[in-house]
Design a binder for this molecule. Sequence first.
Ligand SMILES: Cc1cc2nc3c(=O)[nH]c(=O)nc-3n(C[C@H](O)[C@H](O)[C@H](O)COP(=O)(O)OP(=O)(O)OC[C@H]3O[C@@H](n4cnc5c(N)ncnc54)[C@H](O)[C@@H]3O)c2cc1C
Ligand SMILES: *[C@@H]1O[C@H](CO)[C@@H](O)[C@H](O)[C@H]1NC(C)=O
Ligand SMILES: *[C@@H]1O[C@H](CO)[C@@H](O)[C@H](O)[C@H]1NC(C)=O
Ligand SMILES: *[C@@H]1O[C@H](CO)[C@@H](O)[C@H](O)[C@H]1NC(C)=O
Ligand SMILES: *[C@@H]1O[C@H](CO)[C@@H](O)[C@H](O)[C@H]1NC(C)=O
Ligand SMILES: *[C@@H]1O[C@H](CO)[C@@H](O)[C@H](O)[C@H]1NC(C)=O
Length: 479
Amino acid sequence: MQSKLSFPLSFLSLLSSATAAVIDPSSFASNAILLRDVVVIGGGSSGTYAAVNLKRAGHSVALIEKEARLGGHVDTFQDPATGGIFDYGVVALLNTSFVRDYFAFFQEPLMDIPASNPGALDAFANLRTDAKNVTLPPTVPWTDAAAVFGAILGYSAQISQYPFLVGGYNLPNPVPADLLLPFGDFLAKYNLTAFANMAFRFDQGMGNILATTTLYAFKYLPKTTVDAFVGLAPPPVMSATLNFQGLYDKALAYLGSGTNAFVNSHVLAIDRSGPRVLVAVLTPSGPRLISAKKLLVAIQPKASSLQGLGLDLSVQENNIFGQFNNSYYWDIVIKNSGIPPNVGVTNVDLNASLAIAPMPGLYGFAPAPLPGYTNAYYGSPSFRTDAQVKAETLAAVKKYVAANGLPATSPQIVGFNSHAPFWLTVSPSKIASGFYSQLNALQGQRNTWWTGATWVAHDSTAIWDWSEATLLPALKGSL
Ligand SMILES: Cc1cc2nc3c(=O)[nH]c(=O)nc-3n(C[C@H](O)[C@H](O)[C@H](O)COP(=O)(O)OP(=O)(O)OC[C@H]3O[C@@H](n4cnc5c(N)ncnc54)[C@H](O)[C@@H]3O)c2cc1C
Ligand SMILES: *[C@@H]1O[C@H](CO)[C@@H](O)[C@H](O)[C@H]1NC(C)=O
Ligand SMILES: *[C@@H]1O[C@H](CO)[C@@H](O)[C@H](O)[C@H]1NC(C)=O
Ligand SMILES: *[C@@H]1O[C@H](CO)[C@@H](O)[C@H](O)[C@H]1NC(C)=O
Ligand SMILES: *[C@@H]1O[C@H](CO)[C@@H](O)[C@H](O)[C@H]1NC(C)=O
Ligand SMILES: *[C@@H]1O[C@H](CO)[C@@H](O)[C@H](O)[C@H]1NC(C)=O
């Protein structure tokens, strides 16, 4: 079988010389060529959902994922000694019919997220400076529970004025001016500053939440999510086994690992010049050429990432995707942090506007559902190395423990993932001048469809709803 493993050289030489990849199918062994209705690139939330839906509807699919597993932003920690398991990436979904149906199809149990955790204690500390517990002064508007509840209702009332925010980015022209304000200015304008901490906790990974454009803050935290989390609607749900990875492992088996779903696989080139889309991919069992009617791109569409696929981008595609900036987000599991198992620490800065801690930095520490473990989340508007984030996290844990008179431990990072590029954004002026109409106009062009957080929000429930309502009917209609 050695010949199957050696990559076709004629194809490689074409790659290095051509600007737009032109794939020569004759350089692939005939048993390495797969005919499919749809080839999906990226096996995270959006790509896996689409591939499963298409297969259930009787279409043939190929799904290509670079990592060793499906699931994308799902991260499930497993204690190597005890087998104890918990999610620390994606943890919460809304209780919608598509969510219930998806989990029921794979016989993966869901449970309501408990309303509150009795005995949990909230601490606040500046994790960038001295890390000592602080008492928030009453001038911080979100310290007053009644004001917070009023602000939640006010936020819901505001967001309800923009029903077009549900689903994709179908913005009216002109785009309402409030959606283009920095979110901190929006909160101040409507006397909703008591909402700032809820936004900080929920809109993680967007960079500095008060500087984020209000449109993006609204996309991240829609009224349905707010209502579910504050008890105004049925509660959100989580994996009853604290193992969202289980769903994705079953999806991989359902699709057919190595036949229709290829993990640890690398797209080398994509050629859309002919009537079918050709995707050259290096899988663990050798090169494959997938010839499909349609391509569905389910990775974050930064121009650099798309170029990394060897995708033959048009001038227009390059121009649109080249405008995105992105934020950075990490999730972390710490063993033996020394922080008591009932204490959650929120990073605050009493010198900053509304005491919201500036990024780059930690959002805070939260007890993990498994004794002995603490979760941490870190965000940044700009590039940081993993080493910097790890060092700062460990330093902050040790400082918190020392500054608050807790017994010293030897904390260790045992789970760590960078989720960059996280939120893809463009400037308010680009939003105002129709960026999202241009982006949406790419759907279906050149046999190519697009899905994922950038087209909807970093919100799996919303992505699946939009996939069912909008993307998948259009894609199926094009087959
Ligand atoms: C820490 C964290 C916690 C979150 N918690 C929640 C939550 O509780 N609830 C919620 O609804 N949302 C949550 N989110 C938001 C989450 O982003 C979305 O739910 C959802 O995962 C976005 O789906 P996606 O398909 O766009 O991206 P992803 O799920 O990231 O999928 C993209 C996939 O493409 C793959 N890929 C990238 N490049 C290539 C390539 N060149 N070739 C092949 N494959 C490639 C990636 O490996 C990945 O598997 C969380 C996000 C993070 C980071
Ligand atoms: C979700 O909602 C349904 C319908 O309202 C309800 O029966 C169920 O208990 C809820 N929770 C879960 C985990 O399914
Ligand atoms: C702003 O909200 C606070 C409660 O958070 C309330 O006490 C105050 O009266 C409001 N101010 C105005 C001008 O509405
Ligand atoms: C955002 O992207 C644009 C275009 O790529 C670039 O000019 C600009 O410097 C970026 N801004 C930030 C804050 O990275
Ligand atoms: C707040 O600012 C003052 C003056 O700049 C400084 O002395 C103090 O250390 C700062 N405190 C924090 C918590 O950053
Ligand atoms: C810090 O705050 C936590 C949570 O309220 C509390 O349990 C702990 O005793 C506090 N420690 C100090 C030193 O104030």
